[in-house]
Design a protein around this ligand. Structure first.
Ligand code: PMP
Length: 408
């Protein structure tokens, strides 16, 4: 029998099944109220608009082009829409600054491939988006903790990276309604990140798939927008912005983008070519039409639904959680992050919760590259109606109260 393990590259040993994705398979039970999956509500997808767009393309003169190979940079029509979208975020750019990717997840993988040599360091927040850790892990890097609220010096970060035998290549952040905390960085924190990365001469990866899901509060300028102001335009900036259509219009079409200096984009295009030649043209052409016609109205409509669900969950937490439990109050996105009293293990709580309370969530330990955060958990409000939220949080609150009181 072939001993596969001896044949695999060393990086394969760092690739593990995501605890969350394994968990989600088990939680797909009709009797369980799930706050686990961080996905858009499928009832909100603009299916009619996509049907019309695909029909137009396949029934007209565009069919031949849409079914052919396409350019690696991505469809010009879709990149042109994205340029306009980025302009609304305060970022002046051209289609040469945009690469279309198969979801922003592919963008994260390409960024890892472009920047990381074995032993290099990436700065990430704790907790952070697990999919980014998975994408970067293949490139045999080290993680160091980035905390925009503390003043750890650039020299201290550099010393740690040098000790691990590499350099700091980038700081990775999700500044708007982060997965898993739901929190955003304020202006001062964003400025500090840009200052620190300038001192470290490293890139900044701004991963912002939830940007358009704002329910209240004022938008804070994107890191890339601040960078462009400070450095006189995108060509001198150090920030790569990763956007996505997954949370706003459809994750199934797998469409995201990277917006950055054209020199970096042209390098990423070479990676795209070697990886999958191009993102499906038909999907890009359909997305361009739907985004042009419906992006604003559709996001306004779905945000109104998500806002109600967020409010319902915050209100239920207020009424049903014991005193010792803390949680975030996000202005947008899909997640609320809950901190249980120290000593309560959220993974053990989940087992009990699924069996007895019939409520599912994601234990927070998985989002910490160092294995800490065992007393935290992530709740998603995106796919549950107000009644389910009320019932689910009431049951979860009762279970947590029991666990805290009796110290299970
Ligand atoms: N970044 C973050 C922070 C996410 O939460 C997700 C999806 N869960 C992604 C990137 C990847 O999204 P997609 O590939 O669908 O664009």
């Amino acid at each position: 029998m072939t001993t596969w393990d001896s044949l695999y590259a060393r990086r394969a040993s760092r690739m593990r099944a995501s605890e969350i994705r394994e968990l989600l398979k088990l939680l797909d039970r009709p009797d369980v109220i799930s706050f686990a999956g961080g996905i858009p509500d499928p009832a909100l997808f603009p299916a009619e608009a996509f049907k019309k767009a695909y029909g137009e393309i396949l029934g007209g003169a565009d069919a031949e082009r849409a079914l052919q190979y396409g350019v690696s940079e991505g469809s010009l029509r879709l990149r042109t829409w994205i340029v306009e979208h980025m302009r609304k975020l305060g970022i002046e750019c051209t289609p040469d600054n945009i690469l279309i990717t198969s979801g922003s997840q592919q963008g994260l993988d390409y960024i890892g491939k472009l920047f990381l040599s074995e032993g290099d360091t990436a700065l990430v927040q704790w907790p952070t988006y697990l999919g980014a850790v998975q994408a970067f892990n293949a490139y045999e890097l080290n993680f160091d903790r980035l905390d925009p609220r503390t003043n750890r010096s650039a020299a201290a970060y550099s010393a740690q990276a040098a000790e691990k035998g590499g350099a700091i290549k980038f700081a990775y952040l999700s500044p708007d309604f982060a997965n898993p905390t739901g929190l955003s960085l304020n202006l001062e924190e964003r400025r500090r990140i840009l200052e620190l990365s300038a001192e470290l001469s490293c890139a900044v990866i701004e991963d912002s798939p939830y940007e358009s899901l704002r329910y209240d509060g004022e938008p804070v300028p994107a890191l890339l927008a601040l960078d462009c102001v400070q450095n006189d335009g995108i060509e001198n900036s150090r920030t790569l912005y990763c956007g996505s259509f997954s949370k706003s219009l459809s994750p199934g079409l797998r469409l995201g983008w990277i917006c950055a200096a054209s020199e970096v984009v042209s390098r990423l295009v070479l990676i795209k070519q070697a990886s999958d030649l191009n993102t499906p043209v038909l999907n890009q052409e359909a997305m361009a039409r739907v985004a042009e016609r419906e992006f604003e109205t559709h996001t306004a409509k779905s945000n109104a639904v998500y806002k109600k669900r967020r409010d319902a969950m915050l209100s239920a937490l207020e009424r049903h959680m014991p005193e010792s439990v803390r949680w975030t109050r996000p202005e947008g996105g899909m997640f609320i992050w809950v901190e249980l009293p120290a000593g309560v293990n959220a993974s053990e709580l989940l087992e009990q919760s699924v069996e007895t309370a019939k409520v599912a969530f994601v234990p927070g330990g998985a989002f910490h590259p160092d294995g800490s955060g065992t007393n935290t958990l992530r709740l998603s409000f995106s796919c549950a109606g107000a009644d389910e939220i009320e019932a689910g949080i009431a049951r979860l609150g009762a279970l947590i109260a029991e666990t805290v009181t009796f110290g299970h």
